[in-house]
Design a protein around this ligand. Structure first.
Ligand SMILES: C[S@@+](CC[C@H](N)C(=O)[O-])C[C@H]1O[C@@H](n2cnc3c(N)ncnc32)[C@H](O)[C@@H]1O
Length: 230
């Protein structure tokens, strides 16, 4: 993302959400060079067979936004609106950029987002961002490891974004799978850059016997787009 232009967020039609997103993307962009230098030695891997998450130092990401890009956010917002999704689940809040798109869809659909994040400082700040955008009433952020916090939920999900660490995606997916409504959409970010850690998930949702339609789409970044059809 080269520049943060207000037009990027216009479709949301909500000045508070748009202003919060513009501010946060500007903050995220300040980490741009740190991210570039981090990935530079692995650039061929990233754009080739993908990086195995096990080789990453997780603490590097403790203060990083690592958000979805605006094209992905817009796409997810539009999809959640098209589905009239009322119950939206997110794995990996970070500072809440993706959660703002999902929260705005929940507000428009008269629904809710349950998002999960295990770093307490990110949870605190993400909640402040929801407040700033006027979305607190539609978004609940569960603090802790999603494998634990999920246990308290038996919501039936219409729409899911899995954007926590790649090696955990399949585990989290299997936990929520019994609660996916027929027709539910599941989006997973970074399936190209971290393909080795996503392979089990991709093999599963791309096997029609398991009841899904799935393909990688590219709203700027590779994202697996899956529909539960059975
Ligand atoms: C790629 S970032 C999420 C970015 C966010 N979706 C956005 O677009 O702004 C991944 C986040 O998932 C969190 N995370 C990773 N594993 C987790 C787990 N097991 N439970 C809860 N959160 C987790 C990390 O702390 C990190 O903040």
């Amino acid at each position: 993302m080269a520049k943060v232009k207000p037009e990027l967020f216009e479709v949301l039609n909500d000045p508070k959400v748009e202003a919060t997103l513009a501010r946060l993307y500007k903050e995220a962009l300040k980490q741009g060079w740190t991210m570039v230098f981090h990935f530079l030695p692995k650039i061929f891997q990233y754009f080739g067979k993908g990086i195995d998450w096990k080789t990453e130092n997780e603490s590097f990401y403790d203060d990083k936004y690592t958000p979805i890009v605006p094209d992905q956010g817009t796409f997810l917002y539009m999809q959640a609106r098209a589905l009239k999704a009322k119950n939206i689940f997110e794995f990996g809040t970070s500072y809440g950029i993706s959660t703002l798109y999902l929260g705005k869809a929940a507000k428009d659909n008269n629904g809710q987002v349950i998002s999960t994040e295990y770093l307490p400082h990110k949870v605190k700040i993400a909640r402040e961002h929801m407040e700033e955008a006027g979305l607190s009433a539609y978004v609940k952020i569960l603090e802790g490891d999603a494998r634990e916090t999920l246990k308290s939920l038996n919501t039936e999900w219409d729409f899911v974004l899995l954007d926590g660490w790649p090696d955990m995606v399949f585990t989290i997916f299997k936990r929520i799978e019994p609660n996916l409504k027929r027709g539910a959409v599941i989006a997973v970010d970074d399936v190209v850059g971290f393909q080795p850690s996503m392979q089990e998930y991709l093999d599963y949702v791309r096997n029609p016997d398991n009841g899904y339609l799935s393909t990688t789409i590219h709203p700027k970044k590779g994202m697996e787009f899956t529909i539960k059809v059975k």
